[in-house]
Ligand binder design. Structure first.
Ligand code: AMP
Ligand code: MG
Length: 405
């Protein structure tokens, strides 16, 4: 299939490109055990079951008085305060006609079946008057109501966010088995590219793509192998590609994938491996070279900084997440209301927009300069509005939106 697709001048759609890329991405297998403090953003390698109930015991949801509800069916019941149970301590059998002063999180004493909040009581020196009728179970948090002992807390493939770290801690897990980090090698082609910190010579520009790509890779939890700036020669490109592929699961590059005489990435890929896909009907970012070198997958992103960013989000990010073993890897699109007009297009477009809450709706405002070299547009924006082929956008239309985060 690859030969035909690459020989053909026709462009493939974004959806087809995403499908083809994802088909070829296989999740890494090897798990590793990490402390939960190191587990943020990692993908679970196995289901997590709880060895305990959470809460572990019936406890009070309020500061107040633990009672037998049968003693307090009517408002005005008077009870002797026979015990005091702060959180961290355990009470004793609650006898009929008595109450226990109790605090949030403290265990319900045996015999009690309800807690009355202190605002609904009049406390005396040794007695308390319960001012409202009480029903069984009131203000009691039951053992296991959050998590049952033996139950699955989190499923394999789940990406750990702060709330999942808290959940793991709540069942007493100090360590967790996660997928190993994906190794991604990256390099940046172009004779004009210079690292920041140096003075620019004539015709030179700074290597912004390195910082965008590496930041995106770090954000997606990859181990990054940075092979630096590569001059525009076939020899240098073949050499770095060979080194990249030998040490990574995936190689992601910037620039040199177009049809110019100084674009060597595609040719190097064809020499060392296989180019399976190249041109995508989209703007920005038409040339994206995809293929394989040895055991590593390869994605050559276009050099224009906006194209680099947009194609990473659309193609590289879901691929990485799938290869990392995540069970959610497809980008989630939502809808917003366009605050702008846009003409009908022949290649699917991705417009940089900022999202704002209007009086009635969430609207997308357009960055005024949508050029593929205008990196300030992605910095200004919150996400992308997708403009389908042959469908002009009119202000007020509902449009498809992809958030950067
Ligand atoms: P190319 O894809 O190599 O033809 O590059 C397209 C445009 O992107 C050119 O204007 C390049 O100068 C620019 N470009 C390429 N690589 C980088 C980079 N690493 N950082 C910033 N701009 C780049
Ligand atoms: Mg170039």
């Amino acid at each position: 299939m690859s030969e035909d697709c690459c020989a053909s001048p026709s462009l493939i759609s974004v959806d087809e490109a995403v499908n083809r890329i994802l088909e070829s991405g296989v999740p890494v297998e090897q798990p590793e055990t990490v402390g939960i403090e190191q587990a943020l953003g990692r993908i679970l390698a196995e289901d997590v079951c709880s060895s305990i109930n959470v809460p572990g015991y019936d406890n009070s949801a309020m500061d107040g008085y633990a009672v037998r509800s049968a003693d307090c069916r009517e408002a005005g019941a008077q009870l002797i305060v026979a015990q005091r149970i702060p959180a961290g301590q355990v009470g004793s059998q609650l006898e009929a006609g008595t109450a226990a002063r109790i605090f949030t999180g403290a265990p319900i004493p045996p015999g009690a079946d309800a807690v009355v909040m202190q605002e609904h009581c009049d406390a005396g020196a040794e007695e308390v008057t319960i001012n409202r009728p009480v029903h069984p179970g009131q203000n009691v948090r039951c053992a296991g109501e959050d998590i049952k002992k033996g139950g699955v807390v989190l499923k394999v493939g789940h990406q750990l966010r702060p709330q999942e770290l808290g959940l793991l801690a709540s069942v007493g897990m100090a360590e967790v088995s996660v997928k190993r980090k994906l190794k991604v090698a990256t390099f940046f082609t172009g004779d004009e590219i210079v690292e920041p910190g140096n003075t620019l010579g004539e015709g030179q520009i700074y290597n912004s793509n390195k910082y965008t790509i590496k930041g995106l890779l770090q954000q997606t939890g990859c181990e990054v192998i940075d092979l630096g700036i590569v001059p525009d020669t076939l020899e240098a490109t073949v050499d770095v590609l060979r080194r990249a592929a030998s040490q990574a699961d995936l190689v992601i590059t910037s620039g040199g994938v177009s049809v110019g005489e100084e674009d060597y990435v595609r040719i190097a890929l064809q020499q060392l491996g296989e180019l399976t896909m190249w041109r995508i009907a989209m703007k920005p970012g038409k040339p994206v070279a995809y293929g394989k070198v040895g055991n590593a997958l390869f994605m050559g992103l276009p050099g224009n900084p906006v194209s680099t960013f947009v194609t990473f989000l659309l193609f590289a990010k879901p691929l990485i997440q799938k290869m990392q073993g995540a069970n959610k890897y497809l980008p989630i699109k939502t809808t917003v209301i366009a605050d702008f007009d846009w003409p009908s297009v022949k290649r699917q477009e991705y417009l940089r927009v900022r999202i704002e809450q209007d009086a009635a709706a969430v609207v997308a405002r357009l960055f005024p300069h949508q050029g593929s070299g205008v990196l300030s547009s992605v910095s200004w924006a919150d996400g992308l509005v997708e403009v389908p082929v042959d469908k002009a956008i009119k202000k007020g239309d509902t449009v498809s939106y992809l958030s950067f985060c």
